[in-house]
Design a protein around this ligand. Structure first.
Ligand code: CUA
Length: 371
């Protein structure tokens, strides 16, 4: 920086003395920094520990690890991520490297005068415009082709079509060609393309099964499409990924990838009307269901309950989870849920109906019998 007119750029004795004192003080602080806090880790090792923590955490892929994909769409998206990640690493290292080099190489030294005043450099400016353009092209081309390849269609041969509808706070899965409607647990045949149309019944949600593919937004009055395929049988975790209200974090789901035979059997079971309960307690539950508030929101095939506000409960007893895959489907958890849904899932649209213990136990017996 240019000094006031008439003042020499050379350091006066006072300035030299201030600089000396400052250096000494900084040196002392550097010493202090190395001192080990009582009972703790040396401060200098904190960044090392932070890096180690991240590395160790990355060693055990979780059930929702998008970087351990389990199908072609997941692989495609993970490859795109890795490409952009490594481009970003190179950019970071080069830019920060140049910065550190400039800071050290051109740092102020004692007896330095005013440095050469440079204004503009056409070659440099053209270079640092062209390089980012090339980087953006290298990112844009694979990104656009991946987006196009991951977008679903509903007309491919041999594929399974599913209409996914996001609700606050659960997922509806409708297989229009198979006549099956279920909630929170999506069954798919392994090694088969699954075309998904994704919609919302209320607010914006986002459908994501990290290991298989996505995410894609579920938007009211709009149909988005995507597809995925599971290469191995198994259970894959899904999650709403768009803040959609109080229980956004409780809007989970599972994908069960099954052999073709198991999937066909599941479809046949889903299409069958559940047997009328024979157990006395379950019969009582059926009556509570039919005469209480339940019929106002839910469907159970073969009964008068045909409402579409809450999840279809036709084969409720055959599901492994309840309440937006928040809890395992056990009689104890279901009783807790029926007692006071909003205490389990804050904001739940199913209110507390203040059912008696008898009513709850009867409903549990009935719903769990619906296989
Ligand atoms: Cu639905 Cu977040």
């Amino acid at each position: 920086m240019r000094g006031p007119p008439g003042v020499s750029a050379k350091q006066t004795p006072e300035l030299k003395s201030v600089a000396h004192r400052t250096t000494r003080r900084l040196g002392k602080e550097r010493m202090d920094f190395r001192i080990r806090p009582r009972g703790g880790v040396p401060l200098a090792k904190v960044p090392l520990l932070a890096v180690a923590t991240v590395l160790i955490a990355g060693c055990t892929p979780g059930p929702q690890d998008a970087l351990a994909p389990a199908g072609p769409v997941g692989v495609m998206e993970s490859n795109l991520y890795n490409l952009i990640f490594w481009i970003a690493v190179v950019v970071f290292v080069v830019v920060e490297g140049l910065l550190v080099y400039a800071v050290i190489r051109y740092r102020r030294r004692p007896n330095d005068g005013i440095p050469a005043q440079v204004h503009g450099n056409t070659t440099l400016e053209i270079t640092w415009t062209i390089i980012p353009v090339l980087i953006l092209i290298a990112i844009a081309v694979p990104t656009l082709t991946t987006i196009a390849s991951a977008a679903g269609t509903t007309s491919s041969n041999g594929s399974v079509n599913v209409k996914v509808v996001g609700h606050q706070w659960w997922w509806e899965f409708d297989y229009p060609d198979l006549g099956v409607v279920t909630a929170d647990e999506l069954h798919i045949p392994v090694g088969t393309r699954v075309n998904l149309t994704v919609e919302s019944a209320d607010v914006i949600h986002s459908f994501w099964v990290p290991k298989l593919g996505g995410k894609i937004q579920a938007i009211p009055n709009r149909v988005n499409t995507m597809w995925f395929q599971a290469d191995q049988p198994g259970e894959y975790y899904g999650q709403c990924y768009q803040l959609c209200g109080t229980s956004h974090a409780n809007m989970r789901f599972r994908v069960f990838a099954q052999s073709k035979a198991d999937f066909d059997k599941w479809v046949a079971d889903q299409k069958a009307v559940p047997a009328t309960p024979t157990d006395a307690q379950a019969q009582k539950g059926a009556q509570v269901f039919a005469t209480g508030p339940c019929v106002g929101c839910h469907t159970i095939a073969g009964t008068k309950a045909q409402a579409k506000i809450g999840p279809d409960l036709t084969h409720f007893g055959g599901r492994t989870t309840i309440a937006g895959a928040m809890m395992e489907n056990t009689p104890e958890n279901l009783a807790k849920w029926l007692k006071d849904p909003p205490s389990i899932k804050p904001g739940s649209l199913m209110p507390n109906y203040h059912l008696s213990d008898d009513q709850v136990n009867a409903l549990v017996a009935y719903l769990e019998s619906l296989k």
